[in-house]
Design a protein around this ligand. Sequence first.
Ligand SMILES: NC(=O)c1ccc[n+]([C@@H]2O[C@H](COP(=O)([O-])OP(=O)(O)OC[C@H]3O[C@@H](n4cnc5c(N)ncnc54)[C@H](O)[C@@H]3O)[C@@H](O)[C@H]2O)c1
Length: 189
Amino acid sequence: MSLQDRMAVVTGAGSGLGRAIAEALAAAGAPVAAVDLDAASAEETAALIAKAGGKAKGFQADTAKAADVDRAVSGAIKALGALEIMGVVGLTRQMAVTYSARGITINAVCPGPILTNLRQHSQQILGPEIPDMSGRGIAVNDEQIRAVVPSGRRGTADEIASAVRFLASDEAKYITGHSLVVDGGWRAK
Ligand SMILES: NC(=O)c1ccc[n+]([C@@H]2O[C@H](COP(=O)([O-])OP(=O)(O)OC[C@H]3O[C@@H](n4cnc5c(N)ncnc54)[C@H](O)[C@@H]3O)[C@@H](O)[C@H]2O)c1
C-alpha cells in the first residue's frame, strides 16, 4: 500500500491517534506535516518519523484558529509539496460530492474507545474541570469497556492508523464520502 510522495497533513499529530496515523502514513511513503497545539510534541513526532526513515516536519497550530491552520497548511505545502491527504470529520460527505470528479477521495475514520493520553491532554489544555464522561454512555474503565464494546477491549492507535492508511491508498480509490467506524462493534450494538 504505497503513499509515495502524497503529502499528508495530520492534526493532533503530537500524541495518540494523530501520532500513530502520522507514523503509518509516513511508513507508507507519504511526506507528513505533523501539526499539533504543542510544538514540542509535533517536533517529536517528526523526529520519530525521520528516525524511521520517513519524511516529516512539525508545525505548531491551534486547529480552532483559522489563521493557525492556514499558516500550518501553507508551511506544509511549501516544505513538503502539494497536499493530498487530510482525515476532516463533518465535511466529508459535502467535500466528497464536490471533489470526487477530480479524482480526490474524502473519507473519515470514527474511532471507538482507544487507549491514548486523551484525558490527560484535555486536562492540560482545558483545565482540571473538564466534564466527567462516565455518565454519558462512554466507557471509561475496563469493566465498562467489556460491557459496551462487543470485542471486549479498547482499540489501539495502530488499528485506527491502518484504517486511515487504507482509505488514503489506491486500494480505496472508489471509496469516497464514507465515514468508517472502527470501534470493536460498539456502534453495531
Ligand atoms: N482515544 C479515543 O478513544 C478516541 C475515540 C474517539 C475519538 N477520539 C478523538 O480523536 C482525537 C485524538 O484523540 P487522542 O486519543 O489521540 O488524544 P491525545 O490527547 O493522545 O492526542 C491529541 C493531540 O491533539 C493535540 N491538540 C489538542 N487540541 C488541539 C488544537 N486545538 N489544535 C491542535 N492540536 C491540538 C494535543 O496536543 C495532542 O497532542 C480527539 O479529537 C479525540 O476526541 C479519540
